[in-house]
Design a protein around this ligand. Structure first.
Ligand code: CTP
Length: 409
């Protein structure tokens, strides 16, 4: 995953204590600090002496706007209790990269430098992002230490697999800055959707005409992906059934790629058995060509083609209506994108498809843009929400959905 989907409010008011140990992956932390700041977090950085040999403290001081804590014996630091003070106000401590040596040290509860002392003295949750050579990672000693840290309630993020700085390939790379940012946001998000199993359809569908052409629409998938990300961060288990889009899969979300409405329906029906919530965000084509040519259609094929071509269409299945009509239907949420008469059309669709909740928006305000203004329709009436960035709107929808799921329980 390389694209960050952040907004400036994701970590507003949060304080992150970032510990950096000695490893070449330390360079990725410069980007991580920038992303955390952009997300609204206050970032305090602590480094081991070894880490300062890879990147200078000045880099992190400039990016975080705070002096970097390195030395446990610095007399300039107030009452000499810097190791305690630093963690008291933090919402989360993250050590990235966490070297094999540092993992070993904290698994034993040792505290012989400022960073390991901070780990021991903290009263906030801790996550570590290991980074090391693949052999060091798979060594039984490291695995034993990691198991101990897990048992101690410490989150282990990664490591990822791939090419390593040492020239070898395997497990041991630190997760990318974007992924760590997503992990941090998820770690600090209240789990109001814990226990929910969600299936969502997102993006456009593509209805083929021949091997190279087809009928599709302008849905970018942004709203659906933003919702999947927010639902996942709020603790739901999310399966995305996605039409063709150019978007990164949110961390922790399962994604099934499909093209046509028929494929989308098939995937949904396969996944829906266990679901507690179904959200239809996809702009499903209402019709598909009756005939799909095996070979590329040629414009000179027939006389009639010279005069123009008529494409015969047939109706696609309505996936949302079908799910809502299942005997033990999950809580079903629909999306209605309209160009006029929003209230009338959205509410009519909600009633026709028998949905507890419909989210409506005027397409002039929505399709393909980064902001969106929607109105919710349920049995109690219409509830307009303010114009929001799609990622912020998704968070608001988490609250709205959690409220209704609790009421329905
Ligand atoms: N939907 C679906 N399967 C379809 C068509 C739509 O699951 N074949 C879902 C969409 O994901 C969305 C909602 O139904 O949640 C939209 O309702 P619908 O009445 O189908 O909207 P439009 O296709 O936009 O209807 P119309 O063209 O009549 O405006």
């Amino acid at each position: 995953m390389s694209v960050c989907i952040q907004t400036s409010t994701d970590l507003a008011g949060k304080k992150i204590l970032l510990g950096i140990t000695g490893g070449i992956a330390a360079y990725k932390c410069a980007e991580l600090v920038r992303l955390l700041k952009k997300s609204g977090a206050d970032v305090l950085v602590g480094m081991t002496d070894a880490a300062t040999r890879f990147v200078t403290p000045l880099t992190f001081q400039a990016l975080s706007g705070h002096p970097v804590a390195v030395d446990a014996w610095n007399p300039d630091q107030g009452n000499g209790m810097h190791h305690i003070d630093l963690t008291r106000t933090a919402d989360l401590m993250v050590v990235a990269p966490a070297s094999a040596d540092f993992l070993a040290k904290i698994a034993q509860g040792r505290a012989d430098d400022l960073l390991s002392t901070l780990v021991l003295a903290r009263d906030c949750p801790l996550a570590v992002a290991p980074a090391m050579n693949r052999q060091m990672w798979s060594n039984p000693a490291t695995q034993r230490n990691v198991a101990q840290l897990r048992a101690d309630g410490i989150s282990i993020w990664g490591p990822a697999s791939g090419a390593q700085a040492c020239g070898e390939t395997g497990e041991g790379r630190m997760q990318e800055a974007c992924e760590l940012l997503e992990q941090i946001i998820a770690a600090l998000t209240p789990k109001v959707l814990a226990g929910q199993r969600m299936v969502m359809t997102v993006g456009p569908t593509f209805e083929p005409l021949d091997p190279v052409r087809g009928i599709t629409n302008r849905s970018s998938g942004q709203m659906g992906y933003a919702m999947a990300r927010a639902f996942g961060q709020a603790g739901a288990e999310v399966t995305l059934v996605s039409g063709p889009v150019n978007l990164a899969t949110p961390l922790g979300v399962r994604r099934i790629d499909v093209e046509s409405a028929a494929e989308m329906r098939q995937a949904v029906m396969r996944e829906i058995g266990n679901a507690t919530v179904f959200v239809g965000v996809a702009a499903v084509a209402d019709y598909r060509p009756v005939n799909v040519a095996e070979h590329k259609l040629k414009k000179t094929e027939s006389e009639s083609a010279q005069r123009g071509r008529t494409i015969e269409l047939t109706t696609n299945p309505d996936i949302l209506a079908e799910v809502a009509a299942l005997p033990a239907a999950p809580f079903c949420v629909g999306f209605a994108a309209e160009s006029q008469h929003l209230d009338e059309y959205a509410e009519a669709k909600r009633r026709r498809k028998k949905l507890p909740l419909m989210i409506g928006n005027l397409v002039a305000d929505g399709l393909g843009t980064t902001d969106n203004q929607v109105t919710l329709y349920d049995d109690a009436g219409r509830h307009p929400l303010p114009l929001l960035h799609k990622a912020d709107l998704a968070k608001r929808l988490v609250e709205e959905l959690a409220k209704r799921l609790n009421a329905a329980a």
